[in-house]
Design a protein around this ligand. Structure first.
Ligand code: HEM
Ligand SMILES: *[C@@H]1O[C@H](CO)[C@@H](O)[C@H](O)[C@H]1NC(C)=O
Ligand SMILES: *[C@@H]1O[C@H](CO)[C@@H](O)[C@H](O)[C@H]1NC(C)=O
Ligand SMILES: *[C@@H]1O[C@H](CO)[C@@H](O)[C@H](O)[C@H]1NC(C)=O
Ligand SMILES: *[C@@H]1O[C@H](CO)[C@@H](O)[C@H](O)[C@H]1NC(C)=O
Length: 402
């Protein structure tokens, strides 16, 4: 079938474009490497998220004494930059012993240590405190020539940390109150900012490739299923009788479009639920809630195949109104949730946003063209006597399904 071919082409094209954007080992930028060299730090890697770069040098006499340099390029609303180690099994926010560089509104920089407990995630104030990890030679700097904010420290790790399996975490925030860093944004970049690194050979375990692929599959299936087939099916239902005048085939086209959209969309939704399940440390609540509503109500719409009253039935008219209203509202909620999901990818959302906006624009152009056709035809026809020509402007009454 042609639609399957088109589908396959779109999916593989998106895959190509998007997988190019998810490279794994990234060396440091030249300017950050030079900054690191001036501090006698020779190992350096770009972190996978937030544009943060990380340099380190293990002390020759004592392997648990490590010089670190963490940097991020200047961004107008950057207010804090954090780095920390976590003694627990997994790298995660809670339990992290962190060092945070703050950029105050008066222009000065300061640097302190913080113990990040579960209370902080619940909304308690994060204030400087002692931590079990030693942070000496703390230094926060702005390097004007390369436009880098950096934090430097000599980290003295207690014996229960292992530098060949060190859980470390980095983060940036856009708000501070004095010495208190405020909540960071919650996009994927901000929750993916953890890894287990081997400082001896510079290898790191990050969010694995599978998760990245699943995210892509999730996005593509949803955009094609809920975002393309479903609205296309609605358009077919609305315009096929008039102006297209394919009186019998339209219902078949409408239903097969909706079934395809429903199957693709539901598969995408299931992948999304799976993604939510494996990301134990965070949830995107609004996105998830909307997705549940969308699934529930599209299922209700799908039941229309079985449950719709007979053509002759008295409340068929009311039923049609209900089916249409729910259909249109669903399209609105779907596109809102689509933008919501795309926003989670900040700041890598551009390709997705353009792809989806492109689809919306295409659908919009088709709708406008059909509307113009409808009106042109309607104007050209001699005014029909109301009882004799039920096909023309009365399409609302007998458009069974949308
Ligand atoms: C300033 C106060 C902070 C608050 C209120 C806060 C709150 C949160 C919340 C609510 C989440 C979950 C996001 C979601 O479910 O969508 C989260 C995730 C995360 N935060 Fe924070 N955070 C703070 C500071 C920090 C700092 C300083 C760091 C780094 C040192 C950090 C690193 C992370 C990481 C890596 C995640 C990903 C999930 C995890 O590992 O638990 N946060 N934060
Ligand atoms: C870097 O190492 C050289 C040679 O060991 C030393 O002279 C210099 O002071 C060190 N610089 C810093 C910033 O530690
Ligand atoms: C830091 O927080 C942990 C709980 O996450 C606690 O066990 C530890 O004693 C705290 N450290 C200090 C120095 O207060
Ligand atoms: C650190 O971890 C590595 C790899 O897991 C292991 O081979 C090594 O024995 C550990 N070192 C210590 C001091 O626990
Ligand atoms: C700037 O503000 C911070 C936090 O309010 C304060 O600790 C610091 O002393 C101020 N620095 C200057 C130079 O005024």
């Amino acid at each position: 079938m042609t639609s399957t071919t088109v589908c396959a082409v779109i999916i593989s094209a998106l895959f190509l474009v998007l997988s190019a954007a998810t490279a794994h080992y990234i060396p440091c930028s030249e300017s950050f490497s030079l900054l690191a060299q001036t501090k006698n730090i020779s190992n350096c890697k770009k972190q996978t998220t937030l544009g943060v770069e990380f340099g380190w040098e293990i002390n020759k006499q004592n392997a648990n004494r490590v010089d670190i340099l963490v940097g991020v390029n200047e961004q107008p609303d950057l207010r804090w930059l954090a780095w920390g180690v976590n003694p627990q099994k997994r790298p995660q926010m809670i339990g992290t012993r962190a060092i945070i560089m703050l950029r105050h509104l008066n222009g000065s920089l300061s640097i302190h240590t913080y113990n990040i407990t579960s209370d902080i995630k619940q909304g308690c104030k994060l204030l400087p405190s002692e931590v079990e990890v030693g942070f000496e030679n703390k230094l926060a700097e702005y390097e004007a020539t390369t436009k880098f904010y950096t934090l430097h420290a000599t980290v003295i790790l207690p014996s229960w940390y292992n530098i060949s399996r060190l859980n470390h975490v980095w983060q940036v925030g856009l708000e501070e109150r004095g010495l208190q860093p405020m909540m960071h944004p919650k996009s994927l970049d901000n929750v993916d900012s953890t890894e287990t690194i081997n400082l001896m050979d510079a290898t790191a375990e990050h969010v694995d490739k599978h998760v990245n692929h699943l995210r892509m599959v999730h996005g593509i299936l949803n955009i094609i299923g809920w975002g393309t087939f479903l609205p296309a099916g609605v358009i077919i239902a609305r315009y096929s009788r008039y102006p297209l005048e394919s009186k019998d085939k339209w219902y078949y086209f409408h239903v097969s479009c909706q079934i395809t959209g429903y199957i693709l969309g539901t598969s995408g939704w299931v992948v999304g639920l799976w993604l939510g399940h494996i990301s134990r440390y965070y949830t995107f609540r609004t996105h998830r809630l909307y997705s549940m509503l969308i699934f529930a109500f599209t299922t209700l719409q799908a039941l229309a195949i079985r449950l719709k009253p007979e053509e002759t039935d008295e409340y068929r008219k009311h039923w049609n109104l209900y089916h249409h209203c729910l259909g249109y509202s669903l399209l609105v909620v779907i596109s809102l949730n689509m933008f919501h999901g795309i926003n989670i990818l900040k700041p890598h959302q551009a390709v997705w946003r353009w792809a989806y906006v492109g689809i919306l624009a295409l659908l919009g152009v088709i709708v406008i063209a059909f509307e113009i056709c409808t009106w042109a035809k309607f104007m050209r026809k001699p005014k029909p006597k109301p009882q004799e020509d039920p096909a023309a402007p009365g399409r609302k009454e007998n458009a069974g399904n949308s």
